[in-house]
Design a protein around this ligand. Structure first.
Ligand code: FAD
Length: 256
């Protein structure tokens, strides 16, 4: 079993993902999750650079965003491995001492072992591809409490857009795809401000979700193709170019 995270995830045209970028102890059960999430983070950035709507520096945000998650995941995978080894060793000692098998199976994977949703759905990205408003790169908060891997749905920049019903059978998660998604209670206003060359779709956010998203009636969330929130306007921004500026900044494009 290995336990390492690569010092760099990018060298020029070479990008590391999955086990090449980080090897988790297999007992921890997190390696595949982390590898798929790496590529989920990377593929839209590669597409943007190859199609010309993103600058090459966007690829640098892959390491900035995913390497901290790899370290956090490794820490949890090692903890999980230790949990299981503790139980195995205890059981071996019991057998050597001639003790009867316990009535109930002692699961090594206590609640803590499976408390992985925070690592899968709850990771937060801090990089130049995440803006707190229409121009400012997100200022990283204090490091998260790594003892907790609970998933807390949050509609703030850097977080994965949580599930909310847009209609009775269509979720916010269904709206996200190979494009940027602008989620707003006021689509008419924002439709007049759509801008090229970025792929962008505008979706109506039902009024009942405005508060939970931290918006006012004319605000908007800009969701990246990987489902993470790239920018948030609490209310209608001044001027007509806020969306253009945000997409330029997030994608590292040369135009302004
Ligand atoms: C027993 C076991 C149990 C696991 N259980 C879990 C689990 O429950 N949950 C979880 O999330 N993860 C689990 N994992 C980890 C998970 O399987 C890996 O993290 C995941 O497969 C990594 O995917 P990858 O594509 O990065 O690498 P790999 O799956 O290793 O794929 C790399 C591929 O590249 C090929 N290759 C290598 N060198 C070359 C070359 N020179 N040219 C061409 N091809 C090459 C290899 O043959 C291989 O097909 C487990 C792993 C093991 C071994």
């Amino acid at each position: 079993m290995n336990a390492f995270v690569a010092e760099r995830f990018r060298h020029g045209r070479t990008l590391l993902a999955g086990d090449a970028a980080h090897a988790m102890p297999i007992v921890g059960g997190l390696g595949m999750n982390a590898g798929i999430a790496d590529v989920h983070n990377l593929c839209w950035k590669l597409a943007g650079v190859l199609h010309g709507w993103a600058g090459p520096n966007l690829l640098d945000t892959y390491e900035t965003e995913r390497q901290p998650v790899a370290h956090q995941t490794l820490e949890q995978a090692v903890t999980n491995t230790q949990l299981m080894l503790q139980v195995q060793n205890r059981r071996r000692d019991q057998l050597h001492a001639g003790e009867a098998a316990p009535d109930r199976i002692e699961l090594p994977w206590s609640d803590r072992f499976f408390a992985q949703l925070g690592l899968v759905l709850g990771v937060t990205y801090h990089s130049d591809a995440v803006l707190t408003d229409n121009s400012t790169p997100y200022a990283p908060p204090a490091p998260p409490d790594t003892g907790s891997t609970d998933y807390v749905p949050t509609a703030k920049p850097g977080h994965r857009m949580p599930h909310l019903w847009l209609t009775h059978d269509r979720s916010t998660l269904d709206a996200v795809g190979e494009w940027f998604t602008l989620l707003t209670p006021d689509p008419a206003h924002w439709e007049q401000r759509t801008t090229t060359p970025w792929p962008l779709r505008i979706e109506t956010l039902p009024d009942e979700h405005i508060d939970v998203c931290g918006l006012r009636p004319h605000g908007a969330l800009l969701i990246r193709p990987d489902g993470h929130i790239g920018a948030c306007w609490r209310d209608r921004p001044p001027g007509d170019f806020a969306l253009h500026r945000a997409l330029t900044a997030i994608t590292g494009s040369a135009s302004s």
